[in-house]
Design a binder for this molecule. Structure first.
Ligand SMILES: Nc1ncnc2c1ncn2[C@@H]1O[C@H](COP(=O)(O)OP(=O)(O)O)[C@@H](O)[C@H]1O
Ligand SMILES: [Mg+2]
Length: 463
């Protein structure tokens, strides 16, 4: 039995091979062979061996492999770090710095940047896909002089948080005092809002002056970027945002919210689904259509499917079904991730059929529910149906955690074991997040807010 690290390594390696295959239009076997030869081995046998859940025994093999994947796969620094860490590389950061420096990539430590401790941007468990246009517009606004408050607006599950995190990372060198992520999932009162911002900034309040004054004083001379994530339930607190902007002339604020704040000076960017082909029937020969794998929604489906089934490969007759799935959920990343996890038990055509079926059913039973909501609801319903009664029980009990929680607290709340938690990660009900990347990294879990509310409804309905 492969252990969890080896399994993770195998998945990442598979992801890399598929990415190289798509970029270079080659078949899997050829890519594996090429990687093998580049490592001075005879063909792809060792690559295959690692993909079956074995870690490279020599660091030099791992480093050579990382080097080739980096050159041919176009992965981010975060992804590369994850890859190396999963194979237990002893000095991930210094090796990465070397790698990026050798390739003159200015996204990694060639420019003066804020000290790492000033950046509390959480590492993401999956590679970031697509959104080139959105990122270009958002970063331009963030670093430009005229826009000081930018709100990414869109429904839950559309990808606001991921997009904001990515944009912030791209803009980091423009903010000498750092970029700071403030998750407001759990924050329900104005006092807690101040506390959360201060905690992210590692600023401690003292006795005396009101906390708000202390925070404004602290920010006054700073050149930094604050990312306030999930602001929708704090709209009444929007004046605090306006005050920060008014007092601290070099502070920039990026927010994500289901609705805009309606502040003067607020710029709004509406986030929509990821890209998918609009044509009713997909045909590769359609002139001027990008390649199948260039649609980010399609790519997300394939990558998510490969994460739960390492041998998942798209056959020609799956393409139509995958396009249909993306169309039905309108490119909603959260729905795509969930639907893709069904490849454990269904083929792509069956997945499309299930969503369509439930979608029609919801249309006739709940006439006034808008189509977009209907598609999410049908994906949630079916994912729920695929859980065993015991798993449903676990998810319901976990839904009381707002924000992230540790394995220990999951264990205490509902007796969920490690294999059960990782099964729920595979089913996309939970996300695994690493709080710290060093050897001692603590793994925490998180349920997307929409799924949490869905499960909480189930819990309340059952009581
Ligand atoms: N560009 C992307 N690339 C990869 N995964 C994405 C992307 N956008 C969203 N996702 C995934 O989709 C899910 C929902 O995205 P999230 O940013 O949490 O949505 P929101 O903040 O709008 O509720 C998350 O699991 C996230 O990792
Ligand atoms: Mg979010």
């Amino acid at each position: 039995m492969a252990n969890a690290a080896a399994k993770r390594f195998a998945r990442l390696l598979t992801e890399a091979i598929y990415q190289i295959r798509h970029r270079e239009s080659k078949n899997i076997q050829l890519v594996q062979d090429e990687l093998g030869y580049a490592l001075k081995k005879k063909g792809g046998a060792s690559i295959e061996y690692w993909r079956k859940g074995n870690l490279p025994s020599k660091i030099s093999d791992l480093e050579a492999l990382a080097q080739i994947i980096f050159e041919r796969g176009n992965f981010s620094a975060e992804w590369m770090a994850e890859f190396l860490a999963s194979a237990r590389h002893p000095h991930v950061n210094s090796f990465l710095a070397q790698l990026f420096r050798a390739n003159n990539d200015n996204s990694f430590s060639t420019q003066p940047k804020p000290a790492a401790s000033l950046m509390n941007i959480p590492a993401q468990p999956t590679p970031f896909l697509g959104r080139d246009h959105e990122l270009a517009v958002i970063t331009e606004r963030l670093v430009g002089p005229s826009c000081r408050i930018l709100t990414l607006v869109g429904p839950g599950g559309i990808g606001k948080t991921r997009l904001a995190l990515q944009a912030v990372q791209k803009s980091v060198q423009h903010f000498p005092d750092g970029v700071f992520f403030v998750s407001l999932d759990r924050v329900s009162s104005p006092a807690l809002l101040l506390d959360s911002i201060a905690r992210a900034l590692q600023f401690a309040f003292e006795e005396g002056l009101p906390h708000k004054t202390q925070l404004l004083n602290f920010l006054r001379e700073k050149r930094l970027l604050l990312l306030l994530d999930n602001f929708e339930h704090l709209i009444a607190e929007a004046p605090l945002v306006a005050d920060v902007i008014a007092y601290a002339h070099h502070v920039q604020i990026l927010l994500t919210s289901r609705e805009r704040l309606r502040l003067r000076g607020e710029w709004v960017y509406e986030v929509t689904g990821m890209q998918f082909p609009y044509e009713e029937s997909w045909s590769e020969s359609t002139i001027a259509e990008p390649d199948f794998y260039e649609f980010s929604a399609v790519k997300l489906f394939v990558q998510s499917a490969q994460r739960v089934r390492a041998d998942f490969a798209v056959r020609d007759d799956d393409k139509q079904a995958i396009v249909r799935i993306c169309q039905l959920v309108e490119g909603f990343p959260l729905a795509i991730e969930l639907a893709a996890s069904w490849v454990r038990v269904l083929n792509c055509t069956e997945i499309a059929r299930e969503i369509e079926h439930n979608y029609e059913f919801l249309a006739t039973t709940w006439r006034d529910i808008p189509p977009r909501h209907r598609s999410l609801q049908s994906v949630f319903d079916y994912s729920w149906a695929l859980l065993s009664p015991h798993e449903r029980d676990i998810v319901e009990k976990l839904s009381v955690f707002e924000g992230e929680f540790s394995r220990e607290s999951a264990m205490a709340a509902c007796g969920a074991s490690l294999p059960e938690l990782s099964d729920l990660v595979d089913k996309s009900f939970l996300q695994m997040i690493k709080i710290d990347r060093r050897e001692t990294a603590v793994t925490h879990y998180e349920m997307h807010e929409l799924l949490r509310i869905y499960a909480l409804d189930k819990l309340n309905a059952g009581q």
